[in-house]
Write a protein that binds this ligand. Structure first.
Ligand SMILES: [Zn+2]
Ligand SMILES: [Zn+2]
Length: 139
């Protein structure tokens, strides 16, 4: 599992609140109302008092969510995949350096070195490809 911090670093979207401008019933002004653990907009007119849900819209894909939602269900999984790919790539690059040191010191034999090296290299290539594809798509 990739760390939340690594996911947050790559987060390229926000869920922005979408407010209603005027009361849809009487055109009255709206204020905020805290109700049942959420927040709504309510008409200030005493004889109207209509209330309206506040929504959230993803700044990247425009998907709309209820006010309580904190993550975009479309973008968040993709950002997680991106973080996973880039973190795994870094880990393999470090692994490759360590392996080379051990090989130079004579701690690892030639065959073992080559096998481990190609595993790391393949992993680096596939993670890089995955990360590039996601970054291209999210431009
Ligand atoms: Zn009203
Ligand atoms: Zn989104």
């Amino acid at each position: 599992m990739v760390e939340l911090e690594q996911v947050a670093l790559r987060k390229d979207y926000k869920l922005k609140c979408v407010f209603t401008e005027h009361c849809l019933n009487c055109q009255g002004k709206l204020w905020l109302l805290r109700i049942n653990g959420t927040i709504k907009q309510q008409c200030m007119h005493t004889d109207c008092r209509c209330s309206f849900n506040i929504y959230r819209k993803c700044t990247h894909c425009d998907y709309v969510y209820p006010f309580e939602e904190t993550d975009c269900k479309i973008c968040e999984p993709e950002i997680r995949l991106l973080a996973q790919a880039e973190v795994t790539k870094e880990e393999n690059e470090k692994g490759l350096k360590k392996l080379y040191k051990r090989y130079k010191n004579g701690d690892v034999g030639e065959l073992e070195y080559r096998a481990a090296k190609s595993l790391h290299e393949n992993e680096i290539i596939s993670c890089q490809e995955q990360a590039t594809t996601i970054r291209e798509r999210r431009k």
